[in-house]
Design a protein around this ligand. Structure first.
Ligand code: ZN
Length: 247
């Protein structure tokens, strides 16, 4: 291993700095992937950058990740609010300070996870970034062919390991509880859920702390009993407008 790398590891340099040490004539894969995981992922404290609820809401609105109006959701219900966090998380320069704020709150609460678990798809990106900032591995659960939430890809949880579940948005808390049950079934202890948006406005029925950067109160209505329809406001199905990249 090059001397510069050994020095970088001794100084617990973040992985991104470590990569800058790679010389053009060195094999990236050979050098990087031969490092033990706990060398690459050195435990670090969260950065000082913070993201207030107000600033986050502005950025979500600016990225069309949070829409206010009259929407037909994929469930068929109508709502005055539509959330698509992927449009926010596509920007690493926004995902990083958002995760930093979650990491700060988690550390301030004295919680020290061994692993961050971000349920696919919504939790994968924010889970990765939160894991990076907390200095621990980040993995994800996903549904198998029968629709059961599970760990695949060789991901494992050791009994007794402590977990933070990362979500982009907590919609009802139901799927977060489902993930928690799977992890607890493997012997893990779920410390908390960390999300960008809590669509329950802080009312999710969870058996563990709920760190959300932005509580959002969203009204949903049956299509045949929708005050927005009665007011004559046209209903929009997100994804139906070609000038917007919703999906
Ligand atoms: Zn309506």
């Amino acid at each position: 291993m090059p001397r510069a790398w050994l020095e970088a590891i001794r100084r617990q340099m973040p992985a991104v700095e470590l990569l800058r040490q790679v010389q053009p004539d060195e094999s990236f894969e050979e050098n990087f992937f031969s490092l033990p995981l706990n060398t690459i992922v050195s435990r670090s404290t969260a950065t000082q950058t913070t993201f207030t609820s107000e600033a986050l809401e502005q950025q979500l609105l600016q990225e069309d990740a949070l829409l206010r109006g009259h929407f037909r959701l994929s469930s068929g219900l109508h709502s005055d609010t539509y959330v698509q966090c992927a449009r926010f998380l596509r920007r690493p320069d926004l995902a990083a300070p958002a995760a930093a704020e979650l990491a700060r709150q988690i550390q301030q609460a004295g919680l020290q996870p061994d692993v961050v678990v971000g349920p696919a798809m919504g939790g994968v990106v924010i889970g990765y970034e939160l894991a990076r900032q907390l200095g621990v591995p980040g993995i994800f659960t996903e549904r198998d062919d029968s629709g059961q939430m599970t760990l695949r890809r060789g991901f494992t949880i050791e009994p007794g390991q402590t977990i933070i579940i990362a979500e982009d948005v907590v919609t009802t808390g139901k799927s977060t509880n489902e993930v928690a049950r799977v992890l607890e079934g493997l012997g893990a202890k779920v410390l908390a859920v960390a999300s960008l948006i809590d669509r329950t406005g802080g009312n999710a029925a969870l058996n563990f702390p709920n760190f959300a950067l932005l509580p959002v109160t969203a009204a949903t209505y049956a299509p045949d009993d929708c005050p927005l329809c009665r007011a004559g406001i046209p209903v929009v199905k997100p994804g139906s407008r070609p000038d917007k990249a919703f999906s």
